[in-house]
Structure formats: structure tokens, C-alpha cells
Design a protein around this ligand. Structure first.
Ligand code: SF4
Length: 464
């Protein structure tokens, strides 16, 4: 980020270590996300047809991915017919250039933007700032991280890693609120006043897109704060930026996705504002930028293409035990958590090779995913690909080889177990030295059992 003090981490394990230094923060971060996970569970159980909805959504997206070119062209034709200008961007750089050209054409120097993970992925804010454009993020959580000069740590809850006292300090510094004030209602009101002025004085609004409908050429943006509507309705120019996978065939498909999205994201029955945009007002210009940025490559990966079904609800993130205790910034990619760990290596295998390993492979992510992406299988698959492509550190690759030999040879396995138990009894403190055994950093090693399960089983089997 421009002029930012934030330094993006490059290694998940090291960044997670740093996050875990503040134990109190880790604990409430964990609890806050689990609370949302539980709300999601309650909301989903209230719909007897929940599993049918998930299956239907997954199949609709399957059809979209199999016919992506057709639906995109249909969308383009209908959007143009509605008076929307359609642009195509092969990558982040082209997306950013297109957006800047539109802004410059109108001589605009400041604009409002509602939450869009695509623009985060393209680093649009930095690019525009470097070109002299003042961008104000209008989603409350997004504005908080923007003032802190940090990227969002969660795709739905961008500042979930911040205490209300930290938000209070930021607002005191930037918005002039009372020193030491941290009451959420007071801070929200201050943000509301601050943002209202920005809305009223901006001629251009950028929004994301949750769903674009091929048969109508319209698109839907979901927010809980109404900030996308406010920006788009007040601005003379509206630019909507979307990844090409956001397309759905028909308007009637929307009901399936809107019911799943809000329940999966926050446990709400419906997002507060599901705003439908079809054409510009008579005095307005409306643009939509369709962005590829690696999606075509992912579409061609047979083990990973269905990650493009993602509707960015964040449920896999909220449920992930690794994310909850390591924080979103440790993923060093715009999209954090399990889904980010699948999407990131597609963009840059070498840089993001650590991310598929930031998982216990417990499968909780796949269980909650509203579009039934087999997330944990894909994380496992990525590990194989990365190892084959030589992107796994040598020490890890070698130790895995040794481990594989030991575990596939019963005699070796028995000897290793026996030696391990002997060493743990001889020097019990050794296994708890954190430099020797990273596993013990957050846990105490249990006492070594006197015998292995195998020995116990043989002994007892004989007795019986
Ligand atoms: S992968 Fe599934 S659960 Fe995760 S954000 Fe995407 S849609 Fe939601």
C-alpha cells in the first residue's frame, strides 16, 4: 500500500508465530469467528432444503464453468444493449489501466469505492494513489483497514483482527473523535458522518459485483451498509469490477445464491442490501470491467477448476482452525484462509507454495462451503503439485521422504516408536524445548506411554 507501514509477510508459519505472540488477541479472534460459524450453523439448519440448495448452487456453477465463454458473451451483449460499457481485462495491470482511463477521461481526482475483493487482488487502491487519485473505501471495516494502511484480513470482515480500542485510536487520529473513545455506536456514527461527506462530494463510484446475470446483462451487489448503492446513486460515473467467474445464467438462479450467501457469511437470512443494477441513469455513465487475472488458467486445472465456483462468503475461513488462530494477514494474499490457499498458488506457485500447507486438512471448510467446493482435497492436491514442481523446501521434502519410509515399513516404525518413547522418558524436558520441537510451542508434550498400542493389543489379545 502506498506510504504504508504495513509489510506483507512472505511465510505463513512465521507470520502466524508473530500473530500468536498476542495470546489475548488470538483467543478473541478465534472466538469471534467461531461465533459467526455457529450463527451460520443455526441459519442453515432453519432451512430443511439447505443441502438441496447447496447442490443446486454447485450444479449451476458447474454449468457456468463448462460454458463460461458463452455466458460471458451473452452477458456482454445484453449489458451493452442496456447502455453499459463493457471492458475486458486479461490481468490486474490491464484492469487498473482501464479504471484509471475512465477516471482520467472525466478529470476526476477523488472517488468512493465499496468493498470488492477483486480490486484488492489487483491492488487498485495503490495504483490509483500512485496516479494521484484519492480513493475512499466506504465499507466501515474496509475504511478502518485503509486508515491503518493495511489490507483486509478477511474477505467479509476486513478488520476482524482489530480491537475496538485500536479502531478508536485510528478514528481519533484521522476523524477527530474523542481520545480514548471506543464505544462502537459512537465510532460508527463518526464514520457515518465522515463517509457521508465523501459520498456527497464524489462524482465516481467503484463497486464490486456479487453476481452478473447473462440473460439480463444486469448485476447484483450485496452489502450490509448500503454503501455501494449510496456511491453508485450519487456518482455521475459507476464502474463495477468483476472476476469472470461471477456470471450466472438466469435471474431465477439468484434466489439460490442469495439465500446461501448471507446465511453462510454471517448467519443472516438475507444481506441487508441486494442491489440490482441494470442500466445507467439518463445522466450517468456505467462501466463494467470483466477481469480474467489467472482465472482461465485455473479453469484449465482439472483438480482445481471448481474453486472458481466460490461466491466469497467466507464460511470456510470462519470455520478454519488454522485461520482462526493465525489471522488473515499471515496468508500474504488478497484472499486469506482455505479458499485463498487454493487460489494463490495458481497466481504464483513459488511465492505462495507455503499456503496449502497452512491447513490441518480436517475438511471443515468443505463441509460448510455453500457451493460444495472440495476445498481440503484441493489443498492436499496442491501439496502434491508443489512438491513435484520443486516448490517445497528441501528440509521438508527430505524429512517427508524419511517419514514415508518409516511409516511404510512396520519394523522401522516399531523401532522408531520404541526409541522415541525411550528418549521421552530419559529426557522428558527435551521434547518441550521449543527450538527443538516447534509442535511444543503452543502445547505441552504428553508423557510417553510405557508401551505402544501394538504391544498392548498383542498382550491383551493373547489374554482373551
Ligand atoms: S470456498 Fe466456499 S465457503 Fe469458502 S468463501 Fe468460497 S463459497 Fe464460501
Amino acid at each position: 500500500m502506498s506510504n504504508s507501514t504495513y509489510i506483507a509477510p512472505t511465510d505463513h508459519a512465521k507470520a502466524a508465530d508473530k500473530f500468536m505472540e498476542d495470546e489475548e488477541r488470538v483467543n478473541w479472534h478465534d472466538k469471534a469467528l467461531w461465533f459467526i460459524r455457529e450463527k451460520r450453523d443455526v441459519a442453515s439448519k432453519q432451512l430443511p432444503e439447505w443441502e438441496l440448495l447447496r447442490e443446486t448452487a454447485s450444479q449451476i456453477k458447474q454449468n457456468v464453468l463448462a460454458n463460461l465463454d458463452t455466458y460471458l458473451e451473452q452477458f456482454e451483449q445484453n449489458a451493452k444493449r442496456n447502455g453499459i460499457t463493457v471492458h475486458w481485462a486479461a490481468d490486474a495491470a490491464e484492469h487498473n489501466r482501464i479504471v484509471l482511463d475512465i477516471i482520467n477521461k472525466h478529470g476526476i481526482k477523488k472517488l468512493v469505492k465499496s468493498k470488492s475483493m477483486l480490486t484488492e487482488e489487483c491492488h487498485l487502491n495503490d495504483y490509483l494513489a500512485d496516479n494521484g487519485i484519492d480513493v475512499v473505501d466506504t465499507d466501515l471495516g474496509e475504511r478502518v483497514v485503509q486508515l491503518a494502511q493495511e489490507p483486509p484480513s478477511h474477505i467479509v470482515l476486513p478488520c476482524i483482527h482489530k480491537r475496538k480500542e485500536e479502531v478508536g485510536e485510528l478514528f481519533h487520529k484521522h476523524l477527530g473523535t474523542e481520545k480514548g473513545a471506543s464505544d462502537p455506536a459512537y465510532l460508527t456514527e463518526a464514520a457515518r458522518q465522515h463517509l457521508r461527506e465523501k459520498f456527497l462530494t464524489s462524482d465516481l463510484a467503484i463497486t464490486g459485483v456479487n453476481f452478473a446475470i447473462a440473460e439480463t446483462g444486469g448485476f447484483v451487489v450485496c452489502t450490509n451498509e448500503g454503501n455501494a448503492d449510496m456511491g453508485a446513486h450519487l456518482g455521475k460515473v459507476h464502474i463495477a469490477c468483476m472476476g469472470i467467474e461471477k456470471i450466472i445464467p438466469k435471474a431465477e438462479n439468484l434466489s439460490v445464491f442469495l439465500r446461501l450467501l448471507a446465511r453462510s457469511a454471517t448467519g443472516q437470512p438475507i444481506t441487508t442490501y441486494s442491489s440490482h443494477f441494470h442500466r445507467p441513469r439518463p445522466d450517468q455513465e456505467m462501466h463494467i470491467v470483466l477481469v480474467d487475472n489467472g482465472r482461465s488458467i485455473q479453469l484449465g486445472r482439472k483438480d482445481f477448476y471448481n474453486s472458481l465456483k466460490c461466491i466469497r462468503c467466507g464460511a470456510c475461513i470462519n470455520t478454519c482452525p488454522v485461520y482462526r488462530r493465525s489471522g488473515g494477514h499471515s496468508y500474504h494474499y488478497a484472499i486469506s484462509g482455505p479458499i485463498g490457499a487454493i487460489l494463490a498458488p495458481n497466481m504464483d506457485m513459488k511465492k505462495n507454495a507455503d499456503l496449502p500447507f497452512a491447513s490441518t486438512l480436517c475438511g471443515s471448510c468443505s463441509n460448510v462451503c455453500p457451493v460444495k467446493i472440495d476445498i481440503h482435497n484441493q489443498l492436499y492436491q496442491w501439496r502434491q503439485v508443489l512438491a513435484k514442481e520443486g516448490h517445497v523446501p528441501t528440509a521438508k521434502a527430505q524429512s517427508m521422504k524419511v517419514m514415508a519410509n518409516v511409516m511404510s515399513n512396520p519394523t522401522l516404525f516399531r523401532v522408531a516408536g520404541k526409541s522415541g518413547r525411550f528418549m521421552m522418558r530419559l529426557a522428558p524436558g527435551l521434547a518441550n524445548i521449543k527450538a527443538v520441537n516447534p509442535w511444543a510451542k503452543q502445547r505441552d508434550m504428553p508423557e510417553a506411554p510405557k508401551e505402544s498400542f501394538r504391544d498392548w493389543y498383542i498382550k491383551n489379545k493373547k489374554k482373551s
